[in-house]
Write a protein that binds this ligand. Structure first.
Ligand SMILES: N[C@@H](CCC(=O)N[C@@H](CS)C(=O)NCC(=O)O)C(=O)O
Length: 104
């Protein structure tokens, strides 16, 4: 199984739309975690940064790794980098944020 990407977003968020636009242009699939429909999904973001600001990109890899990348500009840069390197990597980037509960 390969890595999967999800985007925490709300329907009214311009920064989120910009990320979705670029992902679509690059042909990168992003599952949507819509905090308007699923407010409980914001708990991970609160644990991560103490706020539920979106967009935040989440990667789950096949080894059980989970990492997060906030800030639309950083997300777009990462998506372009994945695209230039031939696709989403198999393992989560270690520079991305992780939940305090996952940090050793
Ligand atoms: N600098 C951030 C700005 C993100 C931002 O302002 N998001 C708004 C929605 S458009 C938000 O989540 N506001 C609610 C909050 O911060 O709790 C980025 O570019 O991603």
């Amino acid at each position: 199984m390969s890595s999967s990407l999800s985007l925490y977003l709300t329907p009214f968020c311009f920064f989120c739309q910009r990320v979705l636009f670029v992902a679509n242009q690059l042909g990168i699939e992003l599952q949507h975690i819509d905090l308007y429909d699923q407010p409980e999904a914001g708990e991970d973001l609160l644990a991560l940064r103490g706020r539920t600001t979106v967009p935040v990109l989440r990667m789950n890899d096949a080894q059980g790794g989970v990492r997060f990348l906030p800030e639309s500009h950083d997300i777009i840069r990462a998506l372009k980098s994945f695209s230039a390197q031939g696709g989403v990597p198999d393992t989560v980037p270690e520079s991305w944020m992780q939940l305090p509960s996952a940090a050793s």
